[in-house]
Design a protein around this ligand. Structure first.
Ligand SMILES: CC(C)(COP(=O)(O)OP(=O)(O)OC[C@H]1O[C@@H](n2cnc3c(N)ncnc32)[C@H](O)[C@@H]1OP(=O)(O)O)[C@@H](O)C(=O)NCCC(=O)NCCS
Length: 176
């Protein structure tokens, strides 16, 4: 199984490394990232735990998280396919980018590259993702990466005592 992907636009998806602790800390220090992990990532030790957990998930085959970098290996973000179900050949996609890297197509292109890798290397058929309806940037990323809207999951997620509707998107191996 290939463990990296190079895109035509000069992005690289590669496995996370121990040396990425500073980038992980910078990423999670940004306020809109607070809800992306169950455990806050606010110290080097927490960043190391996050990296170790992702490495263990990769090794178990349940979840594959990639650092997204530029050609100089500067970390720009993360794309992942998790909840890998080999019986039904499904997976759950997620992504985030560092604040400094936003608004230039990094998440959209990396998500598209992750989908291709998941179909070709893992043999998945259906990839799902969901975003809060008040996260329009994530919706734009999903659409740009070829994930069609499938419906609204009413009040699926709870953050700080508030429940949010989630829009579900999916992309199939047979989609364009
Ligand atoms: C959502 C996120 C991943 C987008 O990353 P990005 O690298 O900036 O995404 P891209 O540049 O590929 O595309 C962003 C798209 O959203 C649009 N966008 C950005 N901010 C927006 C906003 N506040 N409202 C509406 N659209 C917005 C951009 O114009 C672009 O649309 P386009 O393709 O039509 O031009 C990033 O903002 C992030 O990490 N947010 C915090 C974590 C998060 O919400 N992750 C998703 C959880 S479901």
């Amino acid at each position: 199984m290939r463990d990296h992907v190079d895109t035509a636009e000069g992005l690289r998806l590669r496995r996370w490394q121990a040396a990425d602790v500073p980038a992980v800390l910078t990423a999670f220090a940004e306020p809109s990232m607070a809800w992306q992990t169950a455990e806050p990532v606010t110290s080097p030790a927490a960043a190391r735990r996050w990296l170790a957990a992702e490495a263990a998930q990769w090794d178990s085959g349940a979840r594959f998280a990639f650092a997204v970098t530029d050609e100089a290996d500067t970390v720009l973000g993360n794309v992942a396919v998790g909840a890998v179900d080999r019986r039904h050949r499904t997976g759950w996609v997620s992504y985030w980018t560092l604040a400094a890297a936003r608004g230039r197509g990094v998440a959209s292109r990396a998500c598209r590259a992750l989908a291709g890798w998941s179909f070709e290397e893992v043999g998945l058929f259906r990839l799902e993702l969901g975003h809060r309806v008040n996260n329009p940037a994530s919706c734009r990323v999903a659409r740009a990466a070829g994930f069609a809207v499938e419906g609204l999951q009413r009040r699926k997620l709870e953050y700080d005592g508030v429940r949010y509707d989630v829009e579900l998107h999916a992309r199939l191996a047979t989609d364009n």
